[in-house]
Design a protein around this ligand. Structure first.
Ligand SMILES: [Zn+2]
Length: 212
């Protein structure tokens, strides 16, 4: 195998725009300038940010059960032509290392534009890998072995979980202060004990609707 350096196209015949027919903006029925949201196709209202540790995979279901008015996992809605035109799910997942808010900001902003998000839930879980090191250990590792400065891309308290209540507090604060998170969105922080499956609400930040 002869590998080229950098980002390359794996099929030489691919021209720019080859997959254009699969974009919403190229569909004759789609009006980009008058977009009202995709909620009629998918009634999304809640985002759950949690760790991608496979042992904690039940978290979205546990949160859906806790709230009681969510549909998860839900099912596809198929039209007469067999196309996937919607889904019944209301609760979307964002999973990343530790279930941290920092890596989820782009998803929250995107989902706000597409669906108008109502709730963002952060869940940190027992025996998470993010409790196995300190921020300094991560920073030093990257300095020594990769000659890279992690502090320029990840804030100190998003690097590791040193204390579950503090990490949840940090993440709710990060969401509340971020321009990617509209001020009307309700925020929740949970701890999940993965061996018992017990989900505990630790924090909530509900905006005053009378001021909205
Ligand atoms: Zn974890």
């Amino acid at each position: 195998m002869n590998y080229k350096k950098g980002i390359i196209k794996t099929k030489e015949e691919n021209k720019m725009g080859k997959f254009e027919e699969f974009q919403f903006r190229t569909q004759p029925w789609f009006d980009q300038s008058n977009f009202q949201g995709f909620n009629q196709a998918i009634p999304m209202k809640t985002i759950v940010i949690y760790c991608f540790d496979p042992r904690a995979a039940e978290i979205p279901q546990a949160v859906a059960t806790y709230f009681g008015d969510e549909v998860y996992p839900g099912e596809n809605i198929i039209n007469e032509e067999g196309a996937r035109v919607g889904h019944t799910r209301t609760l979307f997942e964002v999973s990343n290392a530790g279930g941290r808010a920092l890596s989820a900001l782009q998803s929250v902003a995107t989902m706000e534009y597409l669906f108008h998000v109502q709730n963002v839930v952060v869940v940190h879980h027992s025996f998470c890998g993010a409790t196995a090191f300190t921020p300094e250990q991560l920073i030093n590792e990257f300095h020594e072995h990769h000659h890279a400065d992690l502090t320029s891309v990840i804030d100190h308290d998003s690097m590791a979980i040193m204390d579950y209540e503090k990490s949840l507090q940090h993440d709710l604060q990060l969401l509340r202060n971020s321009p990617a998170v509209p001020k009307n969105i309700k925020l929740y922080g949970f701890f999940y004990e993965m061996n018992s499956g017990k989900l505990t609400e630790v924090l909530r930040d509900i905006p005053d609707e009378s001021k909205a």
